[in-house]
Design a protein around this ligand. Structure first.
Ligand code: FE
Ligand code: FE
Ligand code: ZN
Length: 290
């Protein structure tokens, strides 16, 4: 079964219940959210009453909480141990794991980090050290390392680097990978031959580690190392190639999450999910949402 959703909001007042309601309004059967703003680390206490209401509603709507994803804020950087921010990042992620546990969420996506001149080896070493400290306090929240575009000094833009990080993590049952199609394209993996990409991933890391896929088109060409997402079918990857990812039988039952840009301040997700379900490109998307 296709498990499809998008990035949704998470507000102080409605929390998981509000995120769920937004996802349902798009016709989703899963979703991903930041536990606050993606670009900062201000976070609210989790309201257990709202969580219970959301979990009940998920049951009646047939949404599996085990497929719902949290994304850690992208300013967290475990690759750089140069400054006081490193301890802050580690402590923040411990808190994020706790919030996931309170929300019954099993998977948290994390950008591995940017080594900012320390070099890739040192960056990887720092990430491993930080991850092990964070995972020490996790009972059943798995951290998913996202494959990155390779912009700046980002670590994790190829499968070999992700593999090195996984090799250093002690709790192997609590580490996984989130593929991002825009990032794969921008880092040089050709989505038009997605089965070959999966073969390579399987050889280096193992397909079992994939627990989430971010499905985005890209504004840039293969290997551009840029990371600018485009709406489904409007970028250089294209609709048919993204369908092959969405309906790939080796990734069945893996949640697919859209992180495509808003169009004139309006969410494109309902229309994009519709075209994915119909397997028919909607060339009027940018006008219809308008
Ligand atoms: Fe991400
Ligand atoms: Fe992503
Ligand atoms: Zn991105």
């Amino acid at each position: 079964m296709l498990i499809i959703g998008s990035h949704v909001g998470f507000t102080k007042d409605k929390q998981l219940l509000g995120s769920l309601e937004e996802a349902l309004s798009y016709g989703s059967n899963t979703f991903m959210f930041y536990t606050g703003a993606p670009q900062n680390t201000r976070r609210y206490d989790i309201d257990s009453n709202l969580t219970s209401l959301a979990l009940e509603k998920m049951k009646s709507e047939g949404i599996d909480i085990n497929k719902v994803i949290v994304h850690a804020p992208y300013i967290i950087n475990l690759a750089n141990d140069d400054e006081s921010k490193y301890d802050f990042s580690i402590n923040f992620l411990k808190g994020e794991v706790k919030r996931c546990e309170e929300l019954n969420i099993k998977y948290m996506v994390l950008h591995p980090g940017s080594h900012v001149g320390l070099g890739i080896e040192k960056g990887i070493e720092n990430i491993i050290y930080g991850l092990n400290l964070v995972l020490e306090e996790s009972h059943d929240v798995t951290i998913l390392l996202e494959t990155m575009a390779g912009k700046g000094s980002e670590v994790g833009s190829n499968f070999e680097e992700i593999k090195k990080i996984i090799d250093g993590v002690t709790k192997k049952d609590l580490i996984g990978v989130c593929l991002d199609t825009c990032h794969l394209n921008d880092s040089g993996y050709d989505i038009s031959n997605f089965d070959k990409v999966l073969d390579e991933f399987d050889k280096i890391i193992g397909l079992d580690y994939i627990k989430c896929v971010h499905v985005n088109d890209s504004k840039n060409v293969l290997g551009a190392r840029k990371d600018r997402h485009e709406n489904i079918g409007y970028g250089t990857i294209g609709f048919d190639n993204l369908l092959k990812v969405l309906y790939n039988n080796r990734l069945e039952d893996i949640p697919k999450i859209l992180e495509t840009p808003y169009i004139s301040d309006k969410s494109p997700y309902k229309e994009e999910i519709e075209m994915i379900k119909n397997k028919k490109f909607n060339k009027n998307l940018k006008e219809i949402v308008d």
